[in-house]
Design a protein around this ligand. Structure first.
Ligand code: GDP
Length: 419
C-alpha cells in the first residue's frame, strides 16, 4: 500500500452511476467501511448465508442517502497499489464548489461517468466544464452500464466520440483522458478485464487509477499560509493558525502577512501540540512571529515570505462560470467572494468577454450581462483589501467561489492581479 494521496472527484450526470461506481471501487479494493462489514456479518449470520456481496455495499450507500446523511459518496476512501484515494464532493452536492475552493479537498483528478445508454447529458457537460475551470489534471472516462447495451462495441465507440467532442469543446487536452467500457453494477473492467468486452484491450479502471500522475507536492512554490484564526496563548503570545497551501515555513524565516501588511521573524512553529523546526504543504500549524500582536493580523490574511509576499489585489481579472443565478449578472453586482480563508464583498466592475461553453472561444466582447450556464472573463474590485494570486502562478490561492443568497452562484479562477 502506498502513502501517496490523491483527491478524486467522481463526476457525471445524475443516474449515470456515480454512487454505484464508488460502491464498486470500495468493494473491489477491500475498503468497505468497517460498520458495513459488521452489519453484513450480523445479517449473514441471521440468515445463515455467507459471502460478502457487492449488493450490501450498495444497500448501505443507498440507505445512507435515504437517511439524508451527507456521507453519501463523498469522503469515502479506498487504496490501490499506488495511491490512497479520497473521493471529494461531486458537483451537484450542495457545497461542492465552495468546498473545493475553500476546503481541504481540491480534487487532483477525476473520473467522469457517462452511461452508455444515454451518452453526454446536460450535467456531463456542466461538470466537465467545471472540472476544467477548477484545474483537474486528468480525466478517466468510464463509459458505464455497458451491460444494458449488450456490451456493444459500436455503442461504446459512439459515446467515446461524443465525449471526445465535448472535451475538445471545453479545450480539455484529450490526450490526458482515458476511456474504459465498464459496468459499475456488474463489475466489468473495474478490477479485472471483462470477458464481455473481448474487443477492448485497454486498462481496467483500477489500472487507470494506478497510472494517474502523482500530484506534485507544492513545496517549490513560495510559502502561502492563509490564516484561519488568531489566538493568544499564555507563555507564547499571539498564535495565528492555518494550513500551509504551498511552500515551506522554517523557524527564523522572515514572513509577511497580507493584506494587513505586517511581518517579522518566525519564533516557533507548532503542529499537533509539538514544536517543529519546519512545516510543509498540507500541515496545519500554529506559529508565533516576533513583534506581532493579536490585533495586527486577522483571518483572511495570507502569510508568505517577506521577500516574496502574497499579492494584494486592487482589481483582478478572472474567468468565472455562473452555475445558478435566479436572474442576470451585470456590472456593479457586489456579491461575497470566498477565497481561501477570506470572505470579501467584491464588485464585478466590468464583464469583459463572454465565452461560448461549446467552443471555449470568445462569443461576445463586453456583453451587457451573463447568466446561469455562462462562462466569462470579468474584472473584479474587492471592497476591502484581498490577498489573491494568479491561478497560473499559485493555483491553490487562485480560485474562488461567489456566494449570494446562501448559495454558491459562480466559481472562478484568477487570471491576473493588478496590485
Ligand atoms: P448517480 O446518480 O450517478 O450516483 O447514479 P447511481 O449510482 O445512483 O445509479 C443510478 C441507477 O443506475 C441505479 O439504479 C443503479 O443501480 C443503476 N446503475 C448504475 N450503474 C449501473 C450499471 O453499470 N449497470 C446497470 N445495469 N445499472 C447501473
Amino acid at each position: 500500500m502506498s502513502e501517496q494521496h490523491q483527491n478524486l472527484a467522481v463526476i457525471g450526470h445524475v443516474d449515470h452511476g456515480k454512487s454505484t461506481l464508488v460502491g464498486r471501487l470500495l468493494y473491489e479494493t477491500g475498503s468497505v467501511p468497517e460498520h458495513v462489514i459488521e452489519q453484513h456479518r450480523e445479517e449473514a449470520e441471521e440468515k445463515g448465508k455467507g459471502g460478502f456481496e457487492f449488493a450490501y455495499v450498495m444497500d448501505n450507500l443507498a440507505e445512507e442517502r435515504e437517511r439524508g446523511v451527507t456521507i453519501d459518496i463523498a469522503h469515502q476512501e479506498f487504496s490501490t497499489d499506488e495511491y490512497e484515494f479520497t473521493i471529494v464532493d461531486c458537483p451537484g452536492h450542495r457545497d461542492f464548489v465552495k468546498n473545493m475552493i475553500t476546503g481541504a479537498s481540491q480534487a487532483d483528478n477525476a473520473v467522469l461517468v457517462v452511461a452508455a445508454d444515454d451518452g453526454v447529458a446536460p450535467q456531463t457537460q456542466e461538470h466537465v466544464f467545471l472540472a476544467r475551470t477548477l484545474g483537474i489534471d486528468e480525466l478517466i472516462v468510464g463509459v458505464n452500464k455497458m451491460d444494458i447495451v449488450d456490451y456493444k462495441e459500436s455503442t461504446y465507440d459512439d459515446v467515446v466520440e461524443e465525449v471526445t467532442q465535448l472535451l475538445k469543446q471545453v479545450q480539455f487536452n484529450t490526450e490526458d483522458a482515458s476511456f474504459i467500457p465498464i459496468s459499475a453494477f456488474e463489475g466489468d473492467n473495474i478490477a479485472e478485464a471483462s470477458d464481455e468486452t473481448p474487443w477492448y484491450d485497454g486498462e481496467t479502471l483500477l489500472e487507470a487509477l494506478n497510472s494517474l500522475p502523482a500530484p506534485e507536492p507544492p513545496t517549490d512554490a513560495p510559502l502561502r499560509l492563509p490564516i484561519q484564526d488568531v489566538y493568544t496563548i499564555s507563555g507564547i503570545g499571539t498564535v495565528p493558525v492555518g494550513r500551509i497551501e504551498t511552500g515551506v515555513m522554517n523557524i527564523g524565516d522572515n514572513v509577511s502577512f497580507q493584506p494587513s501588511d505586517v511581518g517579522g521573524e518566525v519564533k516557533t512553529i507548532e503542529m499537533h501540540h509539538e514544536e517543529v523546526p519546519k512545516a510543509e504543504p498540507g500541515d496545519n500549524v500554529g506559529f508565533n512571529v516576533r513583534g506581532i500582536g493579536k490585533d495586527d493580523i486577522r483571518r483572511g490574511d495570507v502569510c508568505g515570505p517577506a521577500d516574496d509576499p502574497p499579492s494584494v489585489a486592487e482589481t483582478f481579472q478572472a474567468q468565472v462560470v455562473v452555475m445558478q443565478h435566479p436572474s442576470v449578472i451585470t456590472a456593479g453586482y457586489t456579491p461575497v467572494f470566498h477565497a481561501h480563508t477570506s470572505q470579501v464583498a467584491c464588485t464585478i466592475e466590468s464583464i469583459d468577454k463572454k465565452m461560448d461553453p461549446a467552443s471555449g472561444e470568445v462569443a461576445e466582447e463586453n456583453p451587457d450581462f451573463i447568466q446561469s450556464g455562462d462562462a466569462a472573463v470579468v474584472t473584479i474590485r474587492p471592497q476591502k483589501p484581498l490577498s489573491i494570486e494568479p491561478s497560473s502562478e499559485i493555483p491553490e490561492l487562485g480560485s474562488f467561489a461567489i456566494r449570494d443568497m446562501g448559495q454558491t452562484i459562480a466559481a472562478g479562477k484568477v487570471l491576473e492581479v493588478n496590485e
